[in-house]
Design a protein around this ligand. Structure first.
Ligand SMILES: [Zn+2]
Length: 159
């Protein structure tokens, strides 16, 4: 995190549950769209994982603005398709304005990637011993990243 990094605590309440997270961002770039997407993503995950009565611990979302910054946070070279990374209750994701220039994804994929990473936090709190491919499959399903429906889903953000 740089000296410019700001932290804001966000609270959402869905399905009679409270979700709390810290968002780390550079105030030089617009943030409202990101907050709206986070709200939608948490709502979608809350609905999907309603069957579980596990408390979701407070988590952190950190925005990055360049490939170099992303790689340095992960302490390794990262591939251009990598757009988010989740570890414990913290995840790193590219700001939507940098999605197309810094990753191979489209800007519209920001919302799905966000939902995918938040799903990992829910999955982890329910059962941290899931096989990685089960966890990946569930996260992709919640984020509607699976392609097997044959429909071309071009939604801007998650519903
Ligand atoms: Zn994943």
């Amino acid at each position: 995190m740089t000296n410019n990094t700001k932290k804001e605590e966000l609270h959402f309440s869905f399905d009679r549950r409270l979700y709390v997270l810290d968002l780390f961002f550079d105030p030089k770039f617009p943030i409202q769209e990101v907050k709206d997407c986070i709200e939608k993503s948490v709502k979608l995950n809350s609905k999907f994982f309603k069957f579980s009565n596990q408390i979701i611990p407070k988590f952190e979302i950190e925005l990055v603005y360049s490939r170099e910054e992303f790689s340095s946070k992960l302490n390794r070279e990262t591939a251009s398709w990598e757009s988010g990374y989740c570890s414990n209750n913290h995840f790193i994701i590219f700001h939507p304005d940098f999605f197309e220039s810094e990753t191979t994804h489209r800007r519209e994929d920001f919302g799905k990637t966000l939902t995918h990473e938040i799903a990992h936090i829910f999955i982890e709190s329910i059962n941290s011993k899931f096989l990685w491919w089960v966890s990946e499959g569930v996260a992709q399903y919640v984020a509607k990243q699976a392609n097997y429906t044959g429909t071309n889903n071009l939604d801007n953000c998650i519903r």
